[in-house]
Design a protein around this ligand. Structure first.
Ligand code: 7TS
Length: 403
């Protein structure tokens, strides 16, 4: 058996999505900007995809959704263009974000700091959540933008986006949310939540890799990141990636149709896995389940180094992660666990398991059995754990991080 439990890194492209994309490679390959029939014949499919994406996040007709190459591009675009429009060409000089954003936000913020921008990196609480009142207290009349992720890729914890949106609206500050781990996993209703920009990416909800989008409320001005042939109304130049845009449309439709039912089914499997793993002594999971994306577990197993555990799981044909794949090539501590107050040793023990709607009960059974054996094997050879007497299952360790 092979079990893929790294769906926060990327997902399998749904075969129905592949089927929808296929005609747009070698049959209907025209450039939609061309006026001949090869180009114009792809228009209806693009329009349908745009419609599917609008519906998927409940955007209004006044809003704009611009396709990009990935969420990294969408995040870079918002941050760099708010810098151009409101800091270089305006009277602001400050951005508020968090310590636990994806590197595509954090590295861009660091780049902007080098250009003279002041950036506040808000901490998260012991649940891994940003507190709305702390956002409020750091906004000044020089703040151009608040950028806070909707849900964490590492912990699955969901931030109080509605409350933060209200604060930003009241203070007249632009609000961006990296919604990569929210769209297609939990309801994202932009008629209910005030947010100026959201970034999202098709490959996180069973669409293809290499296509993302930026939602722009009320089609407000934002200097383009890519200048060129004026595609997408001049907002993002470059020939439209027709098959991938069509794939993104189909994928968001599949993911968001009856989302509550899909969430309940994934949540039931996740909870069964989590309950079984917490039977092991000296383990804990980060963040309460009710406020977490239904597919994610970040578990710490005392005395078991994350990389060793990944290696053992991989030998058992189980794909998991110690944190985001983009950061997991180095053997550094999990930065999100450090941010929520874990010490350095504990922050090396995190394993992220992320399910999808394709995860089966048999895969969960297999994972539980293999995981428990792996922990026994690795604890056997772990000297740091051997020195301490284990406590009973699922209890909090020295820092106060229990579920
Ligand atoms: N933002 C968040 C919250 C993410 O989780 C990711 C990818 C990105 C942005 C970047 O998206 P992309 O479309 O540019 O690829 N996150 C992860 C992860 O957790 N493990 O591998 C990739």
């Amino acid at each position: 058996m092979q079990v893929y439990l790294d769906n926060n890194a990327t997902t399998m492209t749904d075969p129905q999505v592949v089927e929808a994309m296929l005609p747009y490679f070698s049959e209907k390959y025209g450039n939609p900007s061309s006026i001949h029939k090869f180009g114009s014949s792809v228009h209806p499919a693009i329009m349908k995809a745009i419609d599917q994406v609008y519906k998927g996040i409940n955007a209004s007709d006044n809003d704009d959704i611009v396709f990009t190459s990935c969420a990294t591009e969408s995040n870079n675009w918002v941050l760099q263009s708010v810098f151009t429009d409101h800091i270089v060409n305006g009277d602001k000089n400050h951005i508020v974000t968090t310590e636990v954003e994806h590197p595509s936000v954090l590295a861009t913020c660091r780049f902007l700091e080098e250009q003279g921008v002041k950036v506040t990196y808000l901490p998260v609480n012991d649940q891994g959540v940003v507190e709305a009142h702390s956002v409020k207290s750091f906004i000044t009349d020089k703040t151009a933008l608040v950028s806070i992720m909707w849900a964490s890729n590492e912990t699955g914890m969901i931030n109080p986006i509605k409350e933060i949106g209200e604060i930003c609206k009241e203070k007249g500050v632009l609000f961006h949310s990296d919604a990569v781990q929210a769209v297609g996993k939990i309801p994202v209703d932009l008629q209910d939540v005030h947010v100026d920009f959201i970034s999202f990416s098709a490959h996180k909800f069973h669409g293809p890799k290499g296509v993302g989008a930026l939602y722009i409320k009320d089609s407000q001005a934002l200097t383009p990141l890519l200048h060129g042939g004026d595609q997408m109304g001049g907002r993002r130049s470059g020939t439209l990636n027709v098959p991938y845009i069509i794939g993104m449309g189909k994928a968001i439709e599949l993911a968001t149709t009856n989302i509550e039912e899909k969430m309940a089914s994934i949540r039931a499997k996740r909870d069964r896995l989590e309950d079984a793993l917490l039977e092991l002594s000296d383990t804990f999971t980060v963040g309460n389940r009710e406020n977490r994306t239904p597919n994610t577990i970040l578990i710490s197993i005392k005395g078991v180094e994350g990389e060793g555990m990944l290696w053992d799981l991989n030998n058992g044909q189980i794909g998991a992660s110690t944190g985001s794949a983009c950061a997991s090539e180095d053997l550094e501590a999990n930065t999100v666990m450090l941010a929520i107050g874990a010490d350095n040793e504990l922050a090396h023990t995190g394993i992220r398991l992320s399910l999808s709607r394709f995860t089966t009960d048999e895969e969960i059974d297999y994972t539980i059995a293999h995981f428990k054996d792996a922990v026994a094997r690795l604890r056997n050879i772990s000297s740091s754990f051997a020195k301490q007497a284990p406590t009973k299952g699922g209890e909090a360790l020295e820092c106060d991080l229990h579920h």
